[in-house]
Write a protein that binds this ligand. Structure first.
Ligand SMILES: Cc1cc2nc3c(=O)[nH]c(=O)nc-3n(C[C@H](O)[C@H](O)[C@H](O)COP(=O)(O)OP(=O)(O)OC[C@H]3O[C@@H](n4cnc5c(N)ncnc54)[C@H](O)[C@@H]3O)c2cc1C
Length: 351
């Protein structure tokens, strides 16, 4: 089989990159070993312009958001399923001091809104909100629908191999890559956290970051909004919610832990006044680089091998714009931004 691009991994990175390249007229084969707890399958897909305890505006948000909406709407039309849902993020403010800080950091931004008295009152029965709330316009990528639907789409086109690539069988040469009877002009790794075991890219400083979440049911409580305090409640339909998430940089394995469950439940109990049932607990590892920027580009000595990674905590919002920039680099030789280009790590590459 001969293709333009062999893509390894079908998380949000491999999904959006394969779509973008196919839209640009390229032939693509995606190889993905199904992993129930890949970062993309555990994530809630929240797109939020304001993040962190210091209410930082997300990197390049104004440029990235419109590309994300455009691509996800195109995928909706192609796949015939909902992919992106605009949502209000209802931020319950934890103290007077943090309320002031939030207001100062976000003053004048177009995606901010003061919640009406009526809305605050409507939540009064469910939420503990003595310092009020602030609304930010964001959304969610419906990853639970998108990832399997894109996988099926590729399968129908005989463009998906459900297997793990054996890295030792990849052969590179000046005009491409071969893997068994597959030959490609480029092979692009979209392996998420597994990238730290990749011998071609192991000089890149990754700082993997494990996250845990709960699936809960809050009987009778139904809202389309994301509700956020120290944890976020992301609606999953009816009265079930994804509750997350945690961060750990030092972890022995990928399994859910009792102490993170306790942390999440404590955050949930600070936020909701009513009883809930925990349905499940999930954990996955985020592929973050040490400088928290995407990691994109071609190998310094074998420029037929590429990497599309480092989406960290923001795969859903970053993937479409970053895939567009990588495709323009691969196909039109457009330069990458210096802060996402893999070249920033070339001084660590020993060859
Ligand atoms: C708990 C949690 C909550 C999160 N919440 C959000 C959120 O709300 N919003 C947001 O934007 N981001 C969120 N993230 C981050 C987001 O999930 C990641 O940025 C994103 O999923 C990374 O996608 P990826 O495709 O790079 O990696 P992955 O999703 O890990 O996908 C990699 C794929 O490659 C496959 N693979 C790896 N090696 C091989 C191989 N050798 N051969 C074949 N296949 C291989 C894996 O099986 C997997 O399917 C969250 C992450 C976690 C863990």
């Amino acid at each position: 089989m001969k293709v333009d691009f062999l893509i390894i991994g079908q998380g949000i990175a491999g999904t959006v990159l394969s779509y973008t390249l196919m839209q640009a007229g390229q032939s693509v084969l995606v190889m993905d070993e199904y992993k129930a707890n890949s970062a993309s399958r555990v994530a809630a897909g929240v797109v939020n312009p304001v993040s962190g305890r210091r209410f930082t505006i997300a990197w390049e948000y104004d440029a990235i958001y419109p590309v994300a909406v455009k691509v996800y709407r195109e995928l909706e039309a192609l796949l015939g399923i909902p992919v992106f849902k605009e949502r209000d993020i209802y931020n319950v403010l934890p103290s007077e001091q943090l309320k002031q800080a939030f207001m100062e950091r976000t003053a004048g931004l177009s995606y901010m809104e003061d919640p009406s008295e009526e809305r605050i009152a409507r939540y009064g029965q469910w939420l503990d909100q003595p310092y009020g709330a602030a609304v930010v316009k964001g959304g969610t990528v419906l990853l639970n629908g998108l990832l399997p639907a894109w996988r099926n789409y590729l399968k129908e086109k005989s463009s998906l191999l459900d297997e793990r690539i054996d890295l030792s069988r990849i052969v590179t040469n000046t005009d491409g890559v071969t893997y068994g009877d597959i030959s490609a002009r480029y092979l692009v790794f979209c392996e998420g956290a597994a990238t730290v075991h990749n011998p071609w890219f192991n000089y890149i400083p990754f700082l993997l970051n494990k996250g845990e979440v709960l699936q809960v049911q809050i009987p009778g409580f139904s809202t389309p909004d994301i509700i956020k305090r120290s944890v976020a409640l992301v609606p999953q339909g009816d009265d079930t919610y994804w509750v997350g998430s945690t961060f750990a940089w030092d972890f022995p394995d990928e399994a859910p832990t009792a102490d993170k469950r306790e942390f999440l439940e404590k955050g949930l109990q600070q936020l909701v006044k009513v009883s809930y049932t925990v349905l499940d607990q999930l954990a996955a590892v985020r592929p973050s680089g040490t400088d928290r920027r995407p990691i994109i580009g071609l190998h310094p000595e074998s420029p037929v091998l590429g990497i599309f990674n480092g989406l960290g905590t923001k795969g859903s919002s970053l993937a479409p714009a970053m895939a567009a920039e990588f495709a323009a680099h691969l196909l039109q030789k457009e330069p990458l931004r210096p802060d996402t280009d893999i070249k920033r790590f070339f001084n660590r590459y020993k060859g």
